[in-house]
Design a protein around this ligand. Structure first.
Ligand SMILES: Nc1nc2c(ncn2[C@@H]2O[C@H](COP(=O)(O)OP(=O)(O)OP(=O)(O)O)[C@@H](O)[C@H]2O)c(=O)[nH]1
Ligand SMILES: [Zn+2]
Length: 343
């Protein structure tokens, strides 16, 4: 079997990052799934499973975020005894990464090398403004283009009205109401999974991500609810992340249903998610305006004339505080971490 990797997004940039490692015993592939050290990888020769090679283990010890994850392009090595190891994760073009509770961790990579991140929020039960804002910041931070997908639109009397309302939390982001049950809105999403393009789905458990991935694939490739193990115990399907190849080209990356996401904002994600507030703040008279009671505060003016909802300002402040606390913690950690190779 031979597979055309350009369908999966293999292009000149990936090819040139692979070139230095291109040897008779190596091959490049895209990670469909990474599960406790075993990666399922699609190469031009077909599907293969690879354990972590020595080099990949070393890299991961240095920085756990360099462990392979779904969506990665990787260098595989074929050994004479037919073993296959994953030796290196090629540089990621975009990365969805969240802060983990683990203090030493540099964050958990949820998905890599996607072109678009769909923040998936269900219309029923009630969509959460705060979750949408947080996930959009994470999506912007990834470097990919965000879209906001409102699932189960069949449950709303007027899904367009809900879309307009949530659209206010998503400046510059297309909002797409979708109902898989009715088959509406899917065409807009299909345009994001044309050959070579990857769409990642990000949302809470039950948001309808798997249902959406199945609909985009046109065939049930992923069990929606629970599947049964051989021993009869129920196992939930979304503990892992999966890259699904779409017949006709393109891929969908389903991330696990996440309960809480900590932001690991290093710069622009939050600013872009709150572009409306940032733009107002840039118009304040003082550069260091705290938008409280300073004269000439454009943010306070917008609150007063009703163009900026107070809730929106409050969530911006809350997320900024969270990110500031986290980056302080990170810099303390870096300063106190034992140096490697001191001599
Ligand atoms: N009414 C309606 N229900 C839907 C639609 N899409 C999904 N659902 C239901 O929503 C529930 C959750 O869907 P899933 O696709 O399993 O959600 P998920 O986001 O993959 O959840 P996790 O696997 O836990 O991350 C299921 O019971 C679906 O049948 C839709 O378009 N309309
Ligand atoms: Zn101000």
């Amino acid at each position: 079997m031979s597979y055309d990797l350009s369908q999966l997004g293999w292009d000149d940039a990936v090819a040139s990052s692979f070139r230095p490692y291109d040897r008779p015993d190596t091959v490049a592939g895209r990670v469909l799934r990474a599960d406790r050290g075993i990666s399922t990888v699609l190469t031009a020769a077909g599907l293969t499973r690879a354990g972590l090679g020595g080099n990949a283990l070393l890299e991961a010890a240095r920085d756990p975020s360099l462990l392979p994850c779904a969506g990665d392009w990787a260098v595989l090595r074929n050994w004479p005894d037919r073993r296959v190891t994953l030796e290196l994760v090629l540089p990621r073009r975009t990365t969805l990464i969240r802060r983990t509770a683990d203090k030493d961790s540099s964050g958990q990579v949820l998905a890599a090398n996607m072109d678009t991140v769909a923040v998936v929020e269900p219309i029923f039960p009630e969509p959460s403004d705060a979750r949408v804002e947080r996930l959009l910041a994470l999506a912007w931070e990834s470097g990919a283009d965000p879209v906001l997908v409102l699932t189960k639109s069949d449950t709303a009397g007027d899904p367009e009205a809900v879309a307009r309302q949530l659209g206010e939390l998503a400046p510059g982001v297309p909002v797409i109401p979708v109902s898989v049950h009715r088959g509406t809105g899917l065409r807009d999403l299909c345009e994001l999974v044309t050959p070579g393009r990857t769409l990642a789905l990000l949302g809470r458990s039950g948001a309808g991500k798997s249902t959406l991935a199945n609909a985009l694939a046109g065939a049930p490739v992923m069990p929606v609810q629970a599947i049964r193990d051989a021993d009869g115990k129920g196992r939930h399907t979304t503990a892992y992340r999966n890259l699904i190849t779409i017949p006709g080209g393109g891929c969908v990356l389903d991330t696990p249903g996440i309960r809480g996401v900590g932001l690991l904002d290093t710069g622009s994600g939050l600013d872009r998610a709150f572009a409306d507030v940032v733009e107002l703040a840039a118009r304040c008279r003082f550069d260091d305006c705290r938008h409280e009671s300073e004269p000439g505060c454009a943010v306070q003016d917008a609150l007063a004339d009703g163009t900026l909802p107070p809730r929106r300002l409050a969530s911006w402040r809350k997320l900024r505080r969270e990110v500031a606390v986290e980056s302080r913690r990170r810099s303390v950690r870096l300063a106190t971490a034992p140096r490697r190779r001191q001599h």
